[in-house]
Structure formats: C-alpha cells, structure tokens
Write a protein that binds this ligand. Sequence first.
Ligand SMILES: Nc1ncnc2c1ncn2[C@@H]1O[C@H](COP(=O)(O)OP(=O)(O)O)[C@@H](O)[C@H]1O
Ligand SMILES: [Mg+2]
Length: 243
Amino acid sequence: MILQVEDLSYKIGSTWILRGVSFNLSRGEFAGIIGPNGAGKTTLIKAIVGDLSDYAGRIKVTGRVGYLPQNPERNRDFPISVREVVAMGLYKERGPFKRFSKSEWNRVDALLKTTGIEELGKRRAGTLSGGEYQRLMLARALVSSPELLILDEPEAGVDEMGKSSFYRLLEKLKNEKNMGILMVSHDIGMVFEACDTIMCINKTLHCHTSADMISPEQLQSAFSSDLDLFIRSRDHFEREHRL
Ligand SMILES: Nc1ncnc2c1ncn2[C@@H]1O[C@H](COP(=O)(O)OP(=O)(O)O)[C@@H](O)[C@H]1O
Ligand SMILES: [Mg+2]
C-alpha cells in the first residue's frame, strides 16, 4: 500500500469540508476522484500532499510523491526555460543552492522526452500552450521519481486530442514504473476509460469501486447537488453499459 487515508475529516469554522473519508491506494493502481464543485476534492489532495495540517484522522504515505496542483500558478513573463522548470522539481531533495550535475540534466532531458516536449527544452516556459504547459508540470512532478503521482484536474486547458494522449501517458507510467496514481478529474468519460478504481466524493466518500462496477445509483448519490455533471456521467454510463 502506498497511501492509506483513515477517517479523514476537516472543517472550516463550523462547516464540514470532508467527513470520515477512508481509502487505500496500491502501487500500480490508477484511481480517479470525481465529485461536484466544492465537494472537497482539492482539500483531500492538499491533506495528502501535506499542505493542510489541522485535519482529523490519519494519512500515511509510503514513498515519494509527485504532485500536479489544480491551476498551477503561471507567470508568463518570468525568464525561465522549460528545462529549468523541470530541474526545479529536484529542489526538494537536493536544495536550490547547488549547480545541477550532468546526470541531473540527463534525468530532466529524459523526462522531457517521456512527456513529449523534448523539442521545447530551451523555450521560455511562459510561451507554452495550455496542453504543453500541463506536460511540463507533469515532467516536473515526475523528476524526483515518485512512487505516488497526484494530479488535481490536469486536463484543464487541454484540448480533446491532448487529453487522450495525456491519459495514455499516465497509463504508461502506471504500467512501466508501477506507480500509484490518484487523479481528480471533471472528465467523467476519461476517468471511466483510464482509471482502475473510481471514488465519488461529496464531503464523504460515496463510493469507491472498480470502474466497471459502479452503479448509476452510486453516481446519483454523489452528484445529487450537481445535476449537469450527474447527467453527463449517467449518459456515459448508459453508453458504456448499453442500457
Ligand atoms: N480557505 C478556505 N476558506 C473557506 N472555505 C474554503 C477554503 N478552501 C476551500 N473552501 C471551501 O471548501 C469546499 C471544498 O473546496 P475544494 O476542496 O476546493 O472543492 P473541490 O476541489 O471539490 O471543488 C468549498 O465549499 C470551498 O468553498
Ligand atoms: Mg478542486
């Protein structure tokens, strides 16, 4: 088990944001988190990556974590190259005040290749398109060779073509590196296609099951406050199961 979340609860003032959330994630498992806006998905991710301290419950991570936050901050004018942004992902383990070694740069270049942006290494990061920038953020999240990869709505700003190749890349990483992947997504169709397990979250964990076992009732209970998203997910479900 690479991640264990046990009875996690969090409240702001007197409002519960998360209540009694428990689940485990194994290496080689690709889990998709779905749920309406404001359901607490980003809050859950923040608790797991250590950006939230005052929660109740237990979180145990066994291994290195790579993290691609929701809407990563982007300064288009900052004079930094794509290669340098990826290399900065190494700061956590080696500190910012040492020159990068040849082997560290090799690691960076290998990842630019893996994520399909090797042609862009010398470009100023601010000039990248939405899809290219998400690949850059993925490369940065991967540079410390994490065993657990966490992504919060990585498809934002990525077009349909870009989306499916992005998900294929995640599946490949899962298989080749035996990584555990936890991904929040609004793209229900893609989540059903790419993920092994699905978690429906709306303050509490409404369901957690393998992607082909989920029932319309389970989706309905999680999405009752977000009808539009629910209808889209139900349409997808009916297509998949030819109801
Ligand atoms: N700093 C904060 N202060 C007050 N409310 C917050 C804060 N951060 C998040 N929330 C609230 O917590 C709820 C869950 O937010 P979030 O985890 O971002 O949801 P999601 O990612 O599922 O859309 C929302 O109702 C949001 O408004
Ligand atoms: Mg969010």
